[in-house]
Design a protein around this ligand. Sequence first.
Ligand SMILES: [Zn+2]
Length: 95
Amino acid sequence: MKTCTSCHRRKPDDGFYAHRNGLRSHCKICMRKAARENALAKTETLRPKKKAYMKVYDAQPHRRAARSAYARSPRGREVYRLIKRAAVAFRRVSA
Ligand SMILES: [Zn+2]
């Protein structure tokens, strides 16, 4: 038995992840909760940066050429056709 330093609940040892020669001080549930919150916070801060980067990256000549070649390939034509169809259906539903 061990007490979590985050939620202050006493839990059996298998309620804690192993760490070095012992156990973590936060229980598995608190660790998972913190990991989820960190991932969400990171997504929110990184999304605008990633979007700005991709805008610049996608404007490069080699990326424009690759997109254009893909759009003309059989697979690309099929994918763009499905996207266009989905967009029309979405507009119909949201209108
Ligand atoms: Zn806890």
